[in-house]
Design a protein around this ligand. Structure first.
Ligand code: MG
Length: 373
């Protein structure tokens, strides 16, 4: 790892783990966090969870797993340029979607709706619940017992009501403070990654076309560069050349603007970072271009009728599962019946949120299809 800047997170100034442990040998505290995340069951499940396209729609679309790896790759590159802690940024990036439900946002909206009377459902909060509580692997503690900084990064957003019940890691939402720069970076790398890979997946699916994407200034600008440099390039290669250039432009802009913000605020420790305004960000013009791209993706891809049909089906599956379990807890597998004794209806949300797309479809069939035994 390159030299750490004064404002970077470092194990020596860490707020530590909930249950104290001796320091690791041969790796840093944040590497240990990353290793625990990679070995978790929730991490393996990301392979079969939807990003935009449901897993069975095609083998080449992003899943939550490949998305998380792309986020980590982008975030680490920028972290190195800024002198931030790459191990921490990697841990946060790989863990940020662990609490995601099956079927992407449709699944999460449906579960939130189901849980309305029981405290709601937020996927960021669920990611924290996975690493603090639901993963059950170690003899000495529940969850993964991660450092405060990794947990702080995982909890990107949180309602004030829930934050108040979370203790130290929820404090910043009550006090309206920032997390460390590694957490800020992982959050923006998430957005940078999905804006670009959703363009790629959208084109691959045929739901959007290159020509309509050319309405979007950042795409058009880079496509023109590619057409000048490589006239007559075949479609897929042209798309990839355009996207890699967009990512490069965004990463360069993010690095430059963030360095300028950091220089202006001049924080000398992670605690000073937490008191400063958000320092990791794009330049104003790049932010505007990103908004334009997001608007395009929302209306042309995420709200495309074929995506909407799958989303409606997904919501129905989640709602059916939830209603079946609420009406009769004995339908839950024994492990979750046990959890329901302690956690009530929340155990049902935990069970459903943990499902992969295909497991949820299978479980739905088991519960509702007459011909299935
Ligand atoms: Mg994400």
């Amino acid at each position: 790892m390159a030299d750490l800047a004064a404002y970077a997170a470092r194990p020596a100034s860490s707020r530590g783990r909930r249950i104290p442990e001796p320091p690791p040998e041969g790796r840093s505290e944040y590497q240990r966090d990353r290793d625990r995340i990679v070995h978790s069951a929730a991490f393996r499940r990301l392979e079969y969870k939807t990003q935009v396209f449901v897993n069975h729609e095609g083998d080449l679309f992003r899943t939550r797993l490949t998305h998380s790896i792309e986020v980590a790759q982008i975030a680490r590159s920028v972290a190195r340029n800024l002198g931030l802690n790459e191990d921490l940024v990697e841990a946060v990036s790989l863990a940020h979607d662990l609490g995601h439900t099956p079927f992407g946002h449709a699944g999460q909206d449906a579960l939130n709706e189901c849980m309305r009377e029981h405290g709601g459902f937020e996927h960021n909060l669920q990611s924290l619940r996975v690493v603090d509580y639901l993963e059950s692997r170690y003899g000495d503690f529940p969850g993964l017992n991660l450092t405060f900084e990794t947990r702080e990064g995982i909890l990107k957003h949180c309602s004030a009501r829930n934050a108040e019940q979370l203790g130290d890691v929820g404090e910043r939402f009550v006090l309206r403070r920032q997390p460390g720069l590694e957490a800020q970076l992982a959050n923006i790398a998430d957005e940078l990654a999905y804006n670009n890979h959703d363009v790629d997946d959208g084109l691959r699916s045929g739901l959007i076309e290159i020509e309509e994407l050319s309405e979007v200034s950042i795409f058009r600008r880079h496509l023109e560069q590619v057409r000048v440099r490589h006239p007559g390039l075949q479609d897929r290669r042209q798309v990839h050349e355009t996207i890699r250039r967009m990512i490069n432009t965004l990463v360069t802009d993010l690095t430059r603007q963030s360095l300028a913000n950091i220089e202006a605020a001049a924080p000398v420790s992670i605690d000073e970072v937490r008191l400063a305004p958000a320092l990791i960000g794009f330049s104003p013009s790049m932010r505007e271009e990103q908004h334009e791209l997001k608007r395009f993706l929302r209306t042309r891809l995420y709200q495309h009728y074929r995506v909407a049909r799958m989303a409606a089906k997904s919501r129905r599956i989640v709602r059916d599962l939830f209603d079946a379990f609420v009406s009769d807890l004995r339908l839950l597998p024994p492990e979750f019946q046990g959890r329901a004794d302690a956690d009530g209806v929340r155990a049902i949300a935990d069970y459903i949120a943990g499902m992969t797309d295909r497991y949820a479809i299978l479980e739905h069939r088991r519960l509702f299809a007459v011909e299935q035994i």
